[in-house]
Design a protein around this ligand. Structure first.
Ligand code: HEM
Length: 497
C-alpha cells in the first residue's frame, strides 16, 4: 500500500515537472524569438564549468547571428540582446524600468548582498549617488603622484626580475599594481605589493583570485541562479576578506570620526554615509559600509589587471602596434621637455586610448550586461517582454560581430582612432556598460591603465616568450564568469635605452 502511494506521488511529481518543462520550453517559441530547445535542468547554459561565459556569449551570437535570441539559463528564460538600438533603450532611455540586475546575493551573505553591484533599487541609487563623487576628474587628477610612482615601481620590478633571470607573470604583477592603487587612493591604506609582492590588502586580493569549485559554484549561483544562494549559503566574497574589511573599515572610520580626519577618498564618503541616514530614515549598517569598500576592491583590481594583461600580451605579439604606440608616447614626452606625462596628457593621446579600447573590445572582462525588467516591456512590434524577465546585453557578441567591428579577431587599435569614428555604431562597444548602472570606476580604471601602459611602453619592449601561446591559443577561466586567462601569462621584457 505504502509502496503504491509512493509510486503515485513520485509519478505525479514527475508528470508535474514534465508539464512545467513543456510549458516553460514554449516561452520563446510563443514570442517568436530565435532559440534552441532547452535541456530540462541546464536550459541552454551548457557552458557551466566547461567554457568561460564571455566566450560562450560570443559563440552564441556567432551561431544565431540574430539581434535578439531567447535562451534559458537553467530554468529561467533570458532575452539576449545584440542590437545596439535595443541596448541603448534598455541601458539608457528606459533605464528607469531596468534599474536592477537579475544576479543577486542572498540574505545569508550580508556583505555580498549589500554592495552596489548586487543590491536592488532604491537602496542602490541611495548609495550610488553618495559615492559617485569620489571618481570626479579633479579627484582622479590628484592621483597623479601615486599613479606615476607605482607605474615606475612596476617597471623597476620587471627590471629587477630580469636581472635575477626571473620570468615575470604579468597578471600577478598588474594585480599588485592595481591593489596598491585602489588601497591607497580609495582606502588610504599604504601598501607596497608592487615592491614586495605582498601586503595585507594583497593577501585579500590574492584570495579573490582563487577560483576553486566552491567559489565557482557560488559565482554561478549568484550570477545565474540567485534563488539557490540562500539555500546553499553561497557568498560573493571569500569569508576571510569579509572579516578583513569589516574590521579595517570600522577601525579606519572610527579613527577618522574621532580625530576629525579627512582623506578625500571612499572611506570619507562612507564616514559621511554613516553620519547621514538612508532616505527612509534607517541607518547605514556597518555591513553596508564594509560592502561598498569590498566591492570596489573586488570590482576594480582584477578587471583592470586583466585588461592590462591582455593589452600587454597582444602588444608583445604585435610589434608594429607596439612601436606606433612607443612613437606617440616618446613624442608626447619630448614635447614636454622629457617631463612625465600627466592625467590630461594621457587623456589626449589618441593611439594610447585606442590601444586600451581595443584591448577591452576584444577582451571585455564582463562579457554581458545584466538587467531585469520591472514591467511588461515592449521590445518591438512583435515582442513584449513579461515583467521580471532578465535581459543580457551581449557585449562580447557585439564586440566580435564583423558588422560592427570588421575582422573582429584581429587586434587593431586603428578602428578606434578619431578619423575612423564614422564607422562606429553607438552602443556596439560597451566594456564598462552604459547608463545609470554603468561601471562607477570607468574613468579610474582607464586612468590606471593609461599610466601603467605608457610607463611600460616607454621603458621596455615586450616580446613573446618562446613556446608561449599565441593570443588566439590562450585558454579562459571556466570557474568564474568574467573573462580572464586560465593560466599564468608572461612576456619577455627588453629594456629600452
Ligand atoms: C577595466 C576595468 C573595468 C571594467 C572593464 C569594468 C566593467 C564593468 C562593467 C561591465 C560593469 C557593469 C555595468 C553595467 O551593468 O552597465 C561594472 C560595474 C561596476 N564596476 Fe567596473 N569595471 C572596471 C573597473 C572598475 C573599477 C576600477 C572599479 C572601482 C574602483 C569598478 C567598480 C564597479 C562597480 C562598483 C560596479 C557596479 C556599479 C553599479 O551597479 O552601480 N569597476 N564594471
Amino acid at each position: 500500500m505504502l509502496v503504491t502511494l509512493l509510486v503515485v506521488v513520485f509519478a505525479s511529481l514527475l508528470a508535474t515537472l514534465y508539464i512545467q518543462h513543456r510549458k516553460n520550453s514554449r516561452f520563446w517559441a510563443d514570442r517568436g524569438v530565435p532559440h534552441s530547445p532547452p535541456h530540462p535542468l541546464l536550459g541552454n547554459f551548457d557552458c557551466f564549468f566547461k567554457q568561460n561565459v564571455g566566450i560562450w556569449m560570443r559563440d552564441l551570437h556567432e551561431k544565431f547571428q540574430a539581434p535578439l535570441i531567447g535562451i534559458w539559463v537553467f530554468r529561467q528564460p533570458v532575452l539576449v540582446v545584440a542590437d545596439p538600438e535595443v541596448a541603448k533603450r534598455i541601458l539608457v532611455s528606459d533605464s528607469e524600468l531596468f534599474r536592477n540586475r537579475y544576479l543577486a546575493s542572498g540574505k545569508s551573505d550580508p556583505v555580498g548582498g549589500l554592495n552596489i553591484f548586487t543590491i536592488k533599487d532604491p537602496t542602490w541609487s541611495n548609495i550610488r549617488r553618495r559615492i559617485t563623487y569620489i571618481f570626479t576628474g579633479a579627484k582622479l587628477k590628484a592621483m597623479h603622484g601615486l599613479l606615476s610612482s607605482k607605474s615606475k615601481a612596476t617597471v623597476d620590478r620587471i627590471l629587477q626580475d630580469k636581472a635575477n633571470n626571473k620570468t615575470t607573470e604579468i597578471r600577478t604583477l598588474f594585480a599588485d599594481y592595481t591593489t596598491d592603487i585602489i588601497g591607497t587612493s580609495l582606502f588610504g591604506m599604504q601598501n607596497d605589493a608592487v615592491g614586495t609582492g605582498d601586503s595585507p590588502l594583497r593577501a585579500v586580493t590574492r584570495d579573490f583570485m582563487k577560483f576553486d569549485w566552491f567559489r565557482g559554484l557560488s559565482f554561478y549561483s549568484i550570477f545565474f541562479w540567485p534563488a539557490l544562494v540562500d539555500i546553499f549559503r553561497f557568498s560573493f566574497f571569500p569569508r576571510k576578506s569579509v572579516d578583513f574589511f569589516r574590521k579595517s573599515v570600522n577601525t579606519i572610520i572610527e579613527h577618522r570620526t574621532t580625530n576629525n580626519l579627512e582623506n578625500n577618498d571612499l572611506l570619507d564618503a562612507l564616514v559621511k554615509m554613516k553620519k547621514d541616514k538612508l532616505d527612509d530614515g534607517q541607518e547605514f549598517s556597518d555591513d553596508l559600509l564594509a560592502a561598498q569598500a569590498t566591492v570596489m576592491l573586488q570590482g576594480g583590481f582584477d578587471t583592470t589587471a586583466v585588461g592590462l594583461t591582455f593589452v600587454v600580451y597582444e602588444l608583445a605579439h604585435n610589434p608594429k602596434i607596439q612601436e606606433k604606440l612607443y612613437k606617440e608616447l616618446i613624442e608626447a614626452k619630448k614635447s614636454k621637455g622629457g617631463a612625465d606625462l600627466n592625467f590630461s596628457d594621457l587623456e589626449k593621446l589618441t593611439y594610447l586610448n585606442s590601444v586600451s579600447k581595443e584591448g577591452l573590445r576584444k577582451y571585455p572582462p564582463m562579457g554581458w550586461l545584466d538587467r531585469i525588467s520591472s514591467v511588461d516591456y515592449k521590445i518591438n512590434d512583435t515582442l513584449t517582454l513579461p515583467a521580471n524577465t532578465p535581459v543580457y546585453i551581449n557585449a562580447m557578441g557585439m564586440h566580435h560581430d564583423p558588422q560592427f567591428f570588421p575582422e573582429p579577431h584581429k587586434f587593431d587599435p586603428d578602428r578606434f582612432l578619431p578619423e575612423n569614428q564614422q564607422n562606429f555604431v553607438p552602443f556596439s562597444f560597451v566594456p564598462f556598460g552604459e547608463g545609470p548602472r554603468m561601471c562607477i570606476g570607468k574613468r579610474f580604471a582607464q586612468m590606471t591603465m593609461r599610466y601603467l601602459l605608457s610607463e611600460l611602453v616607454l621603458s621596455v619592449q615586450f616580446r613573446p616568450l618562446p613556446g608561449s601561446p599565441k593570443p588566439s591559443e590562450v585558454n579562459y577561466e571556466t570557474k568564474f564568469a568574467f573573462l580572464m586567462p586560465e593560466h599564468p601569462l608572461s612576456v619577455e621584457f627588453i629594456p629600452r635605452n
